[in-house]
Design a binder for this molecule. Structure first.
Ligand code: MN
Length: 501
């Protein structure tokens, strides 16, 4: 079997899409599971883009070992230097240098001629190579570029030290057979160049990102860019879980494998969902809620006789059967620890495990059964390690249809300062948030509020995600409780605490 390398861009292309932004601790937490699942490269961000991005890339490069860590960078010496400073402590640092090669992009966006592009690529790649041992060069909008010119650019990159050259279907324009042909063409063109790997970066604007990625693999691509849940700019990128499972399911066709542990696919998907608050569609391949649901009678009958009748792979193959086992108040620390590891949170410290176990016991007293979603909800705040500067002490909410909604609240600041607030509102949550603003003398504005039940049943925990703005800054918060008012207050305070960080 031929090895195909997985270049994961969840933290870069994925994270830059609307609604998927992650802060430093969220990115680190996601990076840990990407390394654990066996990605070959983690693209941690675009270091020169902002100071925040730089800090995130650096944090991932400093901490995450056993995997190559990359930063995207524009084709300039300055960007290369900034990116290099962010990734230099990585075990295998990689600069992913890109520039557009289509006539449209060169003319409209870059205002550069073909000759200028070739010069720039040669100059930047050779300079970057003096900084970083591993250089990937990516041709943006490659699929709408003149093939012969594209080949010239990639040859230039390889000649100047790039060990990987990537062709990006930046706008999701290509069709599978086109990509297959392009990869085959480029392999031939670059046959006499220095040793290098060929990779692709496919977008999903026509729903073809996975198909195109697989077509590239069929034609001999050595590496592919993917993201968990297929997140990314616009309609997203090729989904990691889909590409991995296609290769695993059809070795007869591809003769290729990845180093990804498929049992980590579902936990990684869940973790991303939890960190970003963005759910995957129920019918999403491999990781959707319905990916293994059999509704039709004939199907159910078949699956009961033999799951192979209607499943080409099974939930346990992708680590999603874990939801079937339920923990309760008689479950011990070990059972909980095992489950936490299976859910992708092997990163907890002793101290954190202690807190999580205490919270688990309290919840198990209230609820008969504690499911995976409950555990994830508890673990989340621990992993992200947001300091509890403001903590809820007590509150009363008055709500109904014959009186105005009001909230009285007491918040404790740093364990010893009591801040009281009172306010009315359009509804109970509005009243509570106004009361918190009153107590903290803050002018926080609520931008987004989502509530969902963590599990089924009327005793389910409510999980609230909020996005708030204070001045220029926006920040996310998350709270869980069997009481939805309390969950809402927790989420708001969690956001305000994250802001203080
Ligand atoms: Mn992209």
């Amino acid at each position: 079997m031929r090895k195909v390398e997985i270049f994961d861009s969840t933290l870069r292309d994925g994270e830059q899409a609307p609604g998927f932004s992650m802060n430093l601790s969220e990115k680190l937490s996601m990076a840990r599971i990407l390394a654990q699942l066996g990605a070959d490269v983690i693209e941690a961000g675009f270091a020169a883009c902002s100071q925040g991005d730089f800090a995130c890339v650096k944090a991932v490069a400093d901490e995450i070992k056993g995997v190559s860590v990359a930063s995207l960078c524009r084709c300039t010496e300055k960007d290369s230097e900034i990116a290099w400073n962010a990734i230099k402590n990585a075990e295998k640092p990689l600069l992913n240098i890109f520039i557009a090669t289509s006539d449209l992009h060169m003319k409209e966006k870059l205002d550069m001629t073909r000759e200028q592009i070739l010069e720039r690529v040669a100059a930047t790649v050779s300079y970057a190579k003096t900084l970083c041992p591993n250089i990937e060069f990516s041709a943006e909008d490659a699929t709408r570029s003149d093939r012969n010119f594209l080949a010239q650019v990639l040859k230039t990159a390889v000649a100047n030290g790039a060990s990987v050259v990537n062709m990006a279907d930046t706008v999701g324009y290509a069709q599978p057979w086109e990509i297959e042909e392009l990869v085959a063409f480029m392999k031939k063109e670059l046959a006499d160049s220095n040793p290098h790997k060929l990779s692709v970066h496919c977008h999903n604007d026509l729903g073809l990102a996975t198909a195109n990625t697989l077509a590239a693999i069929k034609a001999g691509a050595d590496r592919v860019d993917v993201t968990v849940n297929g997140i990314g700019e616009r309609a997203g990128n090729a989904a990691l879980e889909e590409v991995v499972m296609a290769l695993k399911t059809r070795p007869d066709l591809y003769g290729a494998e990845t180093s990804v542990n498929a049992k980590m696919l579902f936990p990684a998907s869940r973790k991303l969902t939890m960190l970003t608050g963005c759910k995957v569609q129920p019918n999403k391949a491999v990781v959707g809620k319905n990916a293994f649901a059999h509704e039709a009678g004939i199907h159910q009958h078949g699956v009961m006789k033999n799951p192979d009748t209607y499943e080409i792979f099974h939930p346990e193959d992708v680590g999603s059967s874990i939801g079937r086992i339920i923990l309760g108040k008689h479950s011990g620390r070990h059972a909980l620890l095992d489950r936490i590891a299976e859910l992708g949170f092997a990163e907890l410290t002793e101290e954190q495990v202690k807190t999580v176990f205490e919270k688990f016991k309290i919840l198990a007293e209230t609820k008969k059964t504690v499911g995976d979603r409950d555990i994830e909800a508890i673990v989340r705040s621990e992993v992200l390690g947001i300091p509890e500067i403001y903590k809820l002490d007590k509150y009363v909410i008055n709500s109904g249809n014959i009186l105005s909604n009001t909230c009285n609240i007491r918040i404790v600041k740093r364990g010893d300062v009591f801040l009281d607030g009172f306010a009315a509102g359009e509804g109970p949550i509005d009243a509570a948030y106004n009361a918190i603003n009153d107590a903290l003398k803050k002018d926080a504005r609520l931008l987004d509020y989502v509530i969902e039940s963590v599990t089924g049943g009327t005793d389910a925990q409510g999980a609230v995600s909020v996005k708030i703005a204070v001045g220029e800054k926006t920040v996310k918060g998350y709270g869980v409780s069997v009481n939805i008012f309390e969950a809402s207050i927790f989420a708001y305070l969690n956001a305000l605490n994250a802001l203080e960080e």
